[in-house]
Design a protein. Sequence first.
Length: 202
Amino acid sequence: MGLQKDCLELLKKKGLYIRPPYLSVAQEVGYVYEDNYVSSLLSEKRPLNYVEISHLNDNIQFLEIKVQLLLAFSQVSNTKDIAKFYFKTKEVSVDHLKKLRSILEENDIAAPFTWETGITDSQESPFSEKLISFQTNLLLSARVSHYGASASSSPRADIARVYIKFAGEIANLVKDGLELAISLNLFERPPQNVERKELIMK
């Protein structure tokens, strides 16, 4: 906790801390009486609730970091096919970022600023191709679960549909990334259960 607090204070001093959206505090507890709170795709869109705003903000911040990492990874990769895959994944993430930002802006909520100036022109990789490949697949897999959690937390059908669409796109990238890593002998087999049938038939 102490290190996290020190890092937070340093980011604030340097003007790099990404603040979450400022929201007014409700003065009293309210209840939902309208049938259209859980909206359909065609119904009028109600204002975002705090949970939906929180998920949008978290996804935007994660994507900002992910875009910069993928851009840096594609820049330093020594394998052409991997560099192309990282750049393609980065472009998909940028599209997701634009859409999520637009949802906040349509509701008159300021989206977090970007960190696009943080990458140098170096093409020397500080990590092995294997480690970068593992990290990329881990980031992609985590995003699928985060999109799923965000979709299940939003009663607004239009926002849930966006997350579900994004999860499908990332799941396809996970598949492509694993196949590429396997073809280049970069993917270690995870620990798995014993194949009993094979043991018995020996």
